[in-house]
Design a protein around this ligand. Sequence first.
Ligand SMILES: [Zn+2]
Ligand SMILES: [Zn+2]
Length: 435
Amino acid sequence: MSKNQLQPTNVIACEECGLVSRLPEMQEGQSAHCPRCSHTLSSVSHQPCEKLIAYSVACLVMLAISLSFPFMSFSVKGITQEIFLINTVAMLDAFEQSALALLLLLTVLALPAVYLVLVTYLHLRIWQQNVKGRQIKASSKLVATCKWLFKFEPWLMADVFLIGVLVSLIKISSMADIGMGYSFWAFCAYTVLAVKAISLVDRYWIWNQLIPPISQPGVKVGSDHISGEHLDCHQCFQVNLPQSEHDNSCVRCGSALHPFDRVASLQKSWAYLLAAIIFYFPANLYPIMYTTSLGNETPSTIMGGVVLLWQLGSYPIALVIFIASVFIPMAKMFALAWIYWNANRPKSYVLTQAIKRQKLYRLTEFIGRWSMIDIFVVAILVALVQLQNLMAITPGPASLSFAAVVILTMLSAISFDSRCIWSNASTFEECNLNE
Ligand SMILES: [Zn+2]
Ligand SMILES: [Zn+2]
């Protein structure tokens, strides 16, 4: 295989719509899309290893800097409070919000760091293989790393946290003098680099570099999950032929294979969604935080906060909070319920309708994590504004309920098998290749 040749000709089942198509030989800088639903099957940049390693090492250095210096300072009437980034976690923990502290630690700092270290390691090994000819031995540890790594992706939220920081800054800039430390600027760089590095990761390409796909001559190009003639691996994309009724594991990565099951997938998604709807009530009825000013404690709910900001004339920030914390969670729950309801009625299938539902599902999956902004705003304000009776902000009971709404709707969308939207294969063309 030449250096630039990325993978041998191979069949792939689209993870969104289930259609099996054949990918031609791909070169660096090309991407392939599903001919039916246009989902990106694979997209590899020029010099993928070198680029990814450069971005993620730079990103990890920025993360180390942002943890080592003061993050922000807050001064009112001559009293100054300075915080480090890690104080946002520590203060939530101090106010007995350990679950939120853990959530913040994992999604903003720990998971992105672990993810970047592991993808850097994988790309280093692939680079050694392609450039130095040092063949990768796909050990069970390496395969397990690859399987777990990609499950982290929806939970990497450094970018959401950065927007949370900016919202908090605008929220409190009228009450006090805010100073930004070195760590703040390093964190901005960390976020930008992390978003870029994550966008360079191509799961399909990585698996093909680690273990070449195994040819399964019985798999028909143009068929899909409804045919029941093949089982696709959700981990490594290998299309498998069913082996026996009770024991099916992927021939390439060894993961357990499950036949397409509309009912089981929908039950799980509905269960998470109903739980999210239940948590939505306490999230809106109870205060999300308490503000103490000159000894007076005022509780504020999510909607109360929006109204207050609006009355104070901070229209853009009131709008951001309203969209992220009120509109998106509601719209997401309605959209998911509508998608699940219609996915249960496969007889009404029309191709254009399926494409629309698919787009809506992708949109809800993409925007869902941004609702976490309000939780991060609470975390930052609680860490920053602690000047005893003069001015202090403490977390309220709704913050945990609201985080539960965001996490449960995300879990609901993740556990939904989008192939439920597609109930029969109707169109098929050779896969498109775009430069
Ligand atoms: Zn597709
Ligand atoms: Zn597999």
